[in-house]
Write a protein that binds this ligand. Sequence first.
Ligand code: RUB
Length: 343
Amino acid sequence: AEPGVVPAVESTADDITEMRIRGAAAIADAAAGALETQAERSTADSPAAFEREIHAAAETLYETRPTAVSLPNALRYVLRGMDGDTVADLRSSTIARAQRFQRDLDQAQDRLGEIGANRLRDGDTVMTHCHSTDALACVEAALEAGKELAAIVKETRPRKQGHITARQLREWDVPVTLIADNAARRYLDRADHVLVGADSIAADGSVINKIGTSGLAVNARERGVPVMVAAQTIKLHPDTMTGHTVEIEMRSERELLADEERAAIVGGEATDGDAKGDATGSDADDPAPATDSGLTVENPAFDVTPPRYVDAIVTERGQFPPESIVTLMRELFGEPTDDPWED
Ligand code: RUB
């Protein structure tokens, strides 16, 4: 734990890392809320100490997951609003700024939903991947406008976020067909739209979203089904304007393969063969997967969909063909600057 960082910030960071809080918008909202809590509870006795602590809190939050740019965008936004010569002023300006961020985030999602709903006609079927609150906002607004929709919901292995999407859609009384990811191409015949969210949008219009999005988009193009990406401008990745690439998070092999399953593939009992200097022989819960078994498991959480497979990026500022998103990025972010918690 960093000195001065309040426990509530550490626990929010842990919730994000462990995916109890997940999805790019929810992560940004939680991060802003955590900075607000840091400002409220800080016991710093000087403005410099207060700022050091806020920067340390931002760094703790920043280091949780690497792909959703809404996280650093949220941190930057809140820190830019921290202003004053006394601890009291710094505290109140940070709190106000964090609250404003959270309000704007909600409003942007509502506005995006209204814009995205225009693409959905009465009687349409959408195919979804993962769970995106921005994508669902489009469905919600279309329902509120009196349109009837149906959904084909991809399970989204390995963590099955499709179940969260299915639950939300059923709450809204939308008929849901849940399918295995592998069935997506077969069911595209029945879909009028592929509707997904994004964790980051790059300057060239590439969409970084849950692993499997790019394959879905390629199949959708082949089947003539338009691909619609719902992404608030907080998902635009400013560093990509200067050629920076977006880091794709790699998650634990245990999301794919339990210890017994690994043992069944490579032989041996659970992780026995790799126990180091353990004479007891009872190490069934040895946390370290075998490294010299010849079996490597890779589990990327996200992939990159090239702009040519995306028909529209829907934001709260309007809808854009992916190739023109860079204009909006320049307008919103200007020249990229260094992060305040990195010095
Ligand atoms: C979530 C995911 C979502 C985006 C957009 O991945 O890929 O499509 O984050 O979500 P994970 P939202 O479950 O690994 O966090 O529109 O809610 O921001």
